[in-house]
Design a protein around this ligand. Structure first.
Ligand code: OSB
Ligand code: MG
Length: 368
């Protein structure tokens, strides 16, 4: 496919409520939307949804724009590359995986239309409905948390993930378990603890948690293995896994029993496919994470989550849960059975509401 035009939009979305985690609070969301066009006029959309500040991983809105504009798009323009060739080409660019993912998604959107198959089918989908869970940020009180949980269970979500940080952990989980003894419950620490906190994790081990996500440093796979040895609850890695190679090493070291695959964090759909194959060979369950993206990145995430090893509920709340505007149509819906249907249309699988995109665009540019 020959890309002859790229347009990049920096967008700003106010949030309905602030989202607080161990790394800080997100109260407005920036993101970067990519539109690629081929010489035949086929259009593909993608999204690079780094946070505004490098508090989750090292990328930011501005670094993704820089990398997309100065390194990724120039590799594509007016050449005739298949997605696999593009991915090989950009191997020489280190890191910056969320930036790479956004561009790769737009290429998959185009391939889907050229081959007349949904992205999910191109990936060898095994499921048409993705089970979903809700990720609940740090609230003002345990009582508030309990009422948000009750609301999300009523909306059909299959599992509840609570963000924890030092001082907002054991009491919280104890109270939530008393109130909801049987729900599928997990915690995400977003790297806010160290090995000195091992006793806390030993205590959390009694609450029948589905998993403990990323308790230790964002770049660690050594100390996590120490914790995993001491507890039955599976450790799940998020921030620490940036590639299939990271995943292989973490599995070999025993650093985790579950992996949260965020296709953006690992740098693309092809990398996610490789992690799916690795997980299959090693019997490691996967699930697709999210990071408050718009429906564009979340849409591709649904296609990724249709692959075989993504057996655990995804973080895939519809954008309208967090934002006042939705860029895609139709909006995603969580059905009563706690799933979201994988879109069956070609490309992203949803239409882009270009009027809404224009409304939320802060700046944009075109490369030809
Ligand atoms: O660690 O999973 C995370 C949001 C921003 C950054 C990191 C994370 C999150 C979430 C929200 O937990 C998940 C979602 O998009 O539903
Ligand atoms: Mg996480």
């Amino acid at each position: 496919m020959k890309i002859v035009k790229a347009q990049v939009f920096q967008i700003g979305l106010p949030m309905k409520f602030p989202f607080t985690t161990g790394f800080g609070t997100i109260s407005a969301r920036e993101s970067v939307i990519i539109r690629l066009e081929t010489d035949q006029g086929v259009i593909g959309w993608g999204e690079s949804a780094a946070l505004s500040a490098p508090i989750y991983n090292p990328e930011t809105t501005q670094t993704t724009i820089h990398i997309i504009k100065d390194f990724l798009i120039p590799k594509l323009l007016s050449r005739d590359l298949e997605i696999e060739e593009y991915v090989t080409e950009i191997n020489s660019i280190r890191g910056n995986r969320i930036a790479k993912f956004g561009v790769e998604c737009a290429l998959w959107g185009i391939r889907s239309q050229l081959e007349n198959k949904t992205v999910s089918n191109l990936l060898g989908a095994v499921r048409t409905e993705i089970p979903v869970g809700e990720s609940i940020g740090i609230q003002k009180s345990i009582e508030d948390t309990i009422s948000v949980i009750a609301q999300k269970l009523a909306e059909g979500y299959q599992r509840i993930k609570l963000k924890i940080k030092p001082g907002w952990d054991l009491e919280l989980i104890k109270s939530v378990r008393q109130r909801f003894p049987d729900i599928v419950l997990m915690v995400d620490a977003n790297s806010s603890y160290s090995l000195k906190d091992i006793e806390l994790f030993e205590q959390l081990d009694q609450y029948n948690l589905l998993m403990i996500e990323q308790p230790l440093a964002d770049d660690d796979i050594i100390d996590h293995a120490q914790i995993q040895k001491r507890i039955k609850t599976p450790i799940c890695l998020d921030e620490s896994i940036n590639s299939v190679e990271d995943a292989r090493k973490a599995i070999e070291l025993g650093s985790c029993k579950i992996i949260n695959v965020k296709p953006g964090r690992v740098g693309g759909i092809i990398e996610s496919q490789k992690i799916n194959a690795l997980a299959k060979a090693n019997h490691i369950p996967l699930w697709c994470g999210g990071m408050l993206e718009t429906g564009i990145a979340k849409g591709y995430n649904l296609h990724v989550a249709s692959m075989s090893e993504f057996t655990l509920p995804a973080d895939s709340s519809p954008a309208l849960d967090y934002f006042f505007d939705d860029i895609i149509s139709p909006s995603m819906v969580v059905k009563d059975n706690g799933t979201i249907t994988v879109p069956t249309d070609l490309g992203l699988g949803y239409q882009i509401k270009e009027d809404v995109l224009r409304k939320v665009t802060v700046s944009d540019f075109i490369l030809k």
